[in-house]
Write a protein that binds this ligand. Structure first.
Ligand code: FAD
Ligand code: NAI
Length: 475
């Protein structure tokens, strides 16, 4: 006899665990199944984000930033340091501890909200009555049913053809987060979000880092002016970024990895490195879910097909997060999880794709929401632009971190904010103001007229809004 639930969630990443908590809050008898194992074989809910994504990468970015500050910036403050060193195993142990706190936190939240947690793999099994059940294969095997099922099975790293991940020399995000010592030479394929974040970590710790990118433009999805400024900053820091390359054969051996590639000018080259991180995007994950048993529709990329409300082709089966269309971001997965739980409860769950912020946690940080200048031009939309450099911001000068700018794009006639783009200190935090403003359909003038604390980085946001009408006060 199978255990019966109102809502069964498969996947305990940000999409799944948040959907389960919200469903339980709404009064549903809810189960969440997740198969991730910690080093001891125990449960480690939180998915890619908690275990090998957002959280551990930010922990290492923090450690490596401290190291860089100690080595390069402390002296400016009159702070002397002798014999600076990095204990990589301690840094990794701290990162693992941060991950564990998050795993434990989710298990606590499940208890608090009365979500029944199953540790194991969930897969569809066709039932005798023509419907389906969910088999959970964990320490024991059991069968459960849900009136509603939410699929949140996430994504996996994409490998280069002919160069599978061995997590020793050729690393996905997983291996990239547990390199045991600082490699002398590190190669990265793909100058996207992971390439820049992980490249920054190991460069700060002393690796010579080369990034090979197929596209001729740097960060094509980012506002061009912002991407140019970021490219300048990363190059100055010593990240070697080669654009427009065609990667060929990858050979891995005892001495490291050799990558054959053709440069943008058509020259044949070989990059020899100790370790290679391949960060060329991620693929939706339905491994083990057994979608074919129940006729669950996937698209040509392997993503579960859903409508605007996250409904799949099967009645009462929903899907959210990386396994469906849209940006592969933890907060997008969470918003979809909440919206689906609320729709199941008959409420009007809503996700606004126009106001999902993006952040790249490099130094300088890059953050944006809404449309880029090149998108507005392509759409033929009449707009006004305003920028304000951190160089003219008192708090940034006091911090000693004046790289970058805030940029506002507003409708030429109505002044409605269409996009905000930031490269610079704490861009990840500053972008929230722009997200709120855009959700409330604010104008640039609205931000320009709001009192911002002095001295604060957020004054650069106000000034950029003023710059839209060429009225900056401090520049
Ligand atoms: P996932 O987090 O992938 O979770 C899916 C879960 O389902 C996993 O635990 C998996 O084991 C489990 N599962 C899969 N199939 C089954 C099954 N059949 N049965 C049981 N369990 C199953 N996003 C951000 O917004 N900010 C960041 O800073 C950020 N940094 C990142 C850094 C890196 C290195 C990487 C790789 C990603 C990063 N992301 C970041 C992206 C973010 O991790 C994902 O967008 C997010 O994890 C997606 O959540 P999800 O719930 O859809 O899937
Ligand atoms: P990405 O899509 O950000 O970047 C991949 C890059 O690889 C692109 O620039 C692409 O042109 C390039 N590329 C593709 N094939 C190539 C090839 N054969 N040779 C050379 N270059 C090639 O993907 P990435 O960095 O793997 O990250 C995956 C996703 O994870 C991100 O898109 C994002 O959704 C999420 N993520 C989010 C973070 C954040 O929010 N801060 C941090 C890290 C990941």
């Amino acid at each position: 006899m199978s255990k019966q639930f109102d809502v069964v969630v498969i996947g305990g990443g940000p999409g799944g665990y948040i959907a389960a908590i919200r469903a339980a809050q709404l009064g549903f008898n809810t189960a969440c199944i997740d198969e991730w194992k910690n080093g001891k074989g125990g449960p480690a809910p939180g998915g890619t984000c908690t275990n090998v994504g957002c959280i551990p990468s930010k922990a290492l970015l923090q450690s490596s930033e401290h190291f860089e500050h100690a080595g390069h910036h402390f002296a400016d403050h009159g702070i002397g340091l002798k014999d600076l060193s990095i204990d990589v195993s301690k840094m990794l142990a701290r990162k693992d501890q941060v991950v564990k706190q998050n795993n434990d936190g989710i298990l606590y939240l499940f208890k608090k909200n009365k979500v029944t947690f199953f540790h194991g793999r969930g897969s569809f099994v066709k039932a005798a009555d023509g419907g389906y059940e969910i088999k959970v294969a964990g320490a024991a095997e059991e069968s459960i049913t849900g009136k509603h099922v939410i699929l949140a099975t996430g994504s996996n790293a994409r490998a280069l053809p002919g160069a599978p991940f061995d997590e020793e020399n050729i690393l996905s995000n997983d291996g990239a987060l547990r390199v045991a010592s600082v490699p002398k030479k590190l190669g990265l394929i793909g100058s996207g979000v992971i390439g820049l974040e992980m490249g920054s970590v190991w460069r700060r710790l002393g690796a010579e880092v080369t990034v090979l990118e197929a596209l001729p433009t740097f960060l094509g999805a980012v506002d061009e002016q912002i991407a140019k400024e970021a490219h300048k900053a990363f190059t100055k820091q010593g990240l070697k970024i080669e654009l427009g390359v065609k990667v060929g054969e990858v050979k891995s051996g005892k001495k490291g990895v050799a990558v054959s590639y053709t440069t943008a000018k058509g020259e044949a080259q070989t990059l020899e490195v100790d370790k290679l991180i391949v960060s060329i995007g991620r693929v939706p994950n339905t491994i083990g879910l057994n979608p074919e048993a129940v006729g669950l529709k996937l698209d040509e990329r392997g993503a579960i097909v859903v409508d605007d409300e996250c409904k799949t082709n099967l009645p009462n089966v929903w899907a959210v997060g990386d396994v469906v269309r849209g940006p592969m971001l933890a907060h997008k997965a969470e918003e979809e999880g909440v919206a689906v739980a609320e729709r199941i409860a008959g409420q009007h769950g809503h996700v606004n794709f126009n106001t999902i912020p993006w952040v790249i946690y490099t130094s300088p940080e890059i953050a944006w929401v809404g449309q880029t200048e090149q998108q507005l031009k392509a759409a033929g939309r009449a707009y006004k632009a305003g920028t304000f450099p951190f160089l003219a911001n008192g708090r940034a000068r006091a911090l000693g971190d004046t790289t970058g700018m805030v940029k506002f794009l507003a409708d030429a006639k109505t002044d409605e904010i269409l996009g905000v783009h930031i490269v610079g200190p704490m861009a990840s935090e500053l972008i929230s103001e722009a997200v709120v403003a855009m959700e409330f359909k604010a104008s640039a003038e609205d931000i320009a007229r709001i009192c911002h604390a002095h001295p604060s980085l957020s004054e650069a946001t106000k000034e950029a809004a003023l710059a839209v009408d060429k009225r900056t006060l401090n520049f």
